[in-house]
Design a protein around this ligand. Structure first.
Ligand SMILES: Nc1ncnc2c1ncn2[C@@H]1O[C@H](COP(=O)(O)OP(=O)(O)OP(=O)(O)O)[C@@H](O)[C@H]1O
Length: 589
């Protein structure tokens, strides 16, 4: 069983009622219009059936009873039914022509975008980017683009023949029953096979998602993969995804094409039986030839859509699968802002008896951490790799809520602050800087969209960016490339410092910002940081102990616990972990 098949095992096939409810939820405030359009399509199919059925009495009146008045009545009924059917279908599709379907798509994408902003970062980052992209693009499109087309096809191919068969009862019950007999066979057949069809549609969907995710990862990591000589391993993994998708599509085709052919054959056999029976009835003088002719014209008219029913129901299954993805994303819990909302009275930070474990891990991330950081002080967090330093800072930005304890800024519990307020309080300069594929100006400007161009340039000057930016081909209008690929590491880092300067938050977290820089760039970045750290509450994470000796307080974190806390001299005198780390770094320097 491949990974796609395992994912499929976990997803059960939803009843049609649930799909309908989910579709209406998806349509949001246009649900009523969509419901009414689908209803109009159903009514249009009924009228189309009545129009076709009225051909029988019309032919009867024209060719058999020669009752011209009756013929005129039936002709009028035929015309009216036909005209109303076309008008209703037109009205139903108006929903699409008016662009409402596109508006629902837009509404849905906006809703999902909002949902992602409201989810805890832990949940968003836990999902694979490719899967989210697939849900946002493919699932949204597959859900909505085909709804009316599928509904129209299913209604027409089912309702029209049923109505014709019912009207035919008045003429010859044997022919009518022969025609109606096709339906239980189709329904029985579809019910038996539907779980398999549905699973197969979902299988292809899951395989697409897995492929999207690996393709995104492969493209983003290509440079690193080549650098470490692992490009071919990852390529094989991607190839395995292609193979998975091919296998699922092959299975899907096998599952789909044989029943499709079988269903077509069943319908054709049914029609042949009806025709043979009709000819027989004509031969023994129990059915007028003209009626048989009219009847056969009608039967041929709907034999084709009826035999394609499997195809339409398959599209319905695809729709259901896409809807499942959307519902799964919608069902994710939001990050709750607790009431009453609280305002910080200053910018000191307090971690109190806080413990945290990552959702996908059985290891304790942080354990009983209590720490008081006064405002406008500098605190360094040091400790071995994997000790929990970055986790501590992520929790301060509400990446996720700790399972125990609390984090307070200026006395206010961060769970009682809105996302915008909390984000306004804290700026972070990471070791890995993320730049968007946009201009230098935009990349700095996003830190405070209300800032003027002059303020952006002032921040860039203070962050030692101005000189290199002016030397770029279009200066501040130069596009930095995907993830800032057209700039050096030091340049990217200085842009991220310019962002922090522009944002001007009272709390600043520096997560190893100079760790990967050469000496020249480190000096430039350090110069920019010196401006930034003034008059703020600063927390520095660093492995290089020489850079943190001047901090007001140094916190040593080991295996998620605070084991030492004090200034450099106090910790050196203690001769504990910090002392040993200092000694180890001195001896390797
Ligand atoms: N998203 C995650 N899901 C599960 N476990 C994680 C996640 N991120 C980090 N961890 C684990 O949590 C522990 C602490 O990680 P963290 O990144 O906070 O360490 P760190 O002290 O910052 O390390 P380093 O100095 O190497 O950056 C590690 O064991 C790590 O494997």
């Amino acid at each position: 069983m491949n990974t796609t098949e395992i994912a499929m095992e976990n997803r059960r096939f939803a009843p049609i009622r649930k799909t309908w409810e989910s579709l209406m939820r998806t349509a949001g405030d246009r649900a009523q219009s969509l419901r009414s359009s689908i209803f109009k399509l159903g009514l249009s199919a009924v009228l189309q059936g009545l129009a076709l059925a009225s051909i029988l009495p019309l032919i009867d009146a024209l060719c058999i009873t020669h009752d011209m008045n009756s013929a005129l009545v039936w002709l009028s009924i035929f015309t009216l039914c036909f005209a109303f059917s076309a008008a209703l279908r037109w009205r139903a599709y108006h929903f699409e022509f008016r662009g409402e379907m596109i508006m629902i798509t837009q509404f849905l994408r906006t809703e999902l975008g909002r949902k992602m902003r409201q989810m805890p970062l832990q949940d968003i980052q836990g999902a694979r980017s490719g899967e989210l992209i697939h849900t946002l693009l493919t699932s949204v499109d597959s859900t909505l683009s085909y709804v009316l087309g599928v509904a129209n096809a299913i209604f027409t191919s089912l309702l029209v023949p049923i109505i014709v068969a019912i009207v035919l009862l008045a003429y010859d019950w044997r022919l009518s029953l022969a025609l109606l007999a096709v339906f239980p066979a189709i329904v029985f057949f579809y019910h038996r096979r539907r779980p398999a069809f549905g699973q197969s549609a979902r299988g292809v969907d899951e395989a697409h998602k897995a492929l999207y995710s690996d393709a995104v990862e492969y493209i983003q990591g290509l440079a690193i993969l080549k650098a470490v000589g692992q490009e071919s391993a990852q390529r094989h993994r991607l190839q395995a995804r292609f193979d998975d998708l091919e296998a699922m599509q092959r299975k899907d085709t096998q599952l789909g094409s044989s029943p499709n052919l079988l269903m077509t054959s069943m319908v054709e056999l049914g029609m042949l039986t009806v025709m043979l029976l009709g000819v027989y009835l004509v031969m023994i003088g129990q059915l007028p030839l003209a009626l048989l002719g009219a009847f056969l014209v009608i039967v041929i008219r709907f034999a084709e859509p009826l035999s394609s029913l499997v195809l339409y129901t398959y599209m319905f299954d695809m729709l259901e699968s896409a809807m499942g993805d959307l519902d799964t994303l919608r069902a994710q819990p939001n990050q709750v802002v607790f009431e009453p909302q609280q305002q910080p009275r200053d910018y000191g930070i307090e971690f109190s008896q806080m413990s945290f474990q990552y959702a996908n891990s059985n290891k304790v991330g942080l354990c009983d951490v209590s720490l008081s950081i006064p405002e406008r002080s500098m605190t360094a967090i040091v400790g071995p790799s994997g000790a929990g330093k970055t986790t501590l800072m992520k929790l301060m930005q509400r990446y996720a809520d700790p399972q125990c304890g609390a984090i307070r800024i200026g006395g206010a519990d961060i769970r009682h602050m809105s996302a915008a307020e909390l984000s306004g309080l804290v700026s972070v300069v990471f070791q890995d800087v993320y730049l968007f594929n946009d201009t230098v100006l935009h990349n700095i400007h996003i830190a405070r969209p209300s800032a003027t161009r002059e303020e952006v340039q002032q921040a860039a000057r203070l962050a030692n960016c101005d000189e290199f930016v002016q030397a770029l081909p279009q200066g501040y209008e130069t596009i930095v490339g995907e993830r800032g690929g057209n700039l050096s590491g030091g340049e990217r880092q200085r842009i991220s410092i310019a962002r922090a300067i522009l944002k001007d938050s009272p709390i600043l977290v520096l997560d190893e910002p100079t760790a990967s820089l050469d000496v020249e760039n480190e000096t430039l970045v350090q110069g920019a940081l010196n401006y930034l750290v003034k008059s703020r509450t600063v927390i520095v994470i660093s492995h290089r102990l020489s850079t943190v000796q001047g901090a007001d307080r140094i916190v040593v974190l080991e295996a998620g616990r605070v084991t030492e806390c004090g200034n450099h001299n106090a910790l050196m005198a203690r001769q504990g972990t910090y002392y040993r780390m200092q000694m180890a770094q001195c001896s390797t320097a």
